[in-house]
Write a protein that binds this ligand. Structure first.
Ligand SMILES: [Zn+2]
Length: 88
């Protein structure tokens, strides 16, 4: 009985380490998900990205918005406004 309690306490403490073989822990959303929900990454030992597809997508979207914003700022600086002349 005592040993049972000990293992239960251990599994609770090492929850991240005891992830099933077909699953992976996402550091971003802190959830254990199917490995199919992670993008592949050749540069990593386990061949998968540390964050799930959803988190990776969110991150990519954020980078894309920043890049878009910077491009818009540069366009404003150059003083060009070609969006309306394209109708011809
Ligand atoms: Zn995630």
């Amino acid at each position: 009985m005592k040993s049972c309690n000990a293992t239960h306490g251990l599994s609770k403490h090492f929850n991240i380490l005891l992830v099933p073989i077909n699953k992976k822990y996402c550091f971003k959303c802190k959830q254990t998900k199917e490995k199919s929900e992670f993008h592949k990454d050749k540069n990593r030992k386990n061949g998968l990205q540390p964050v799930c597809v959803i988190c990776a997508h969110e991150r990519a979207k954020k980078y894309w918005l920043i890049r878009k914003y910077r491009e818009e700022q540069q366009e404003k600086k150059s003083g060009k406004n070609d969006t309306t002349s394209g109708i011809i």
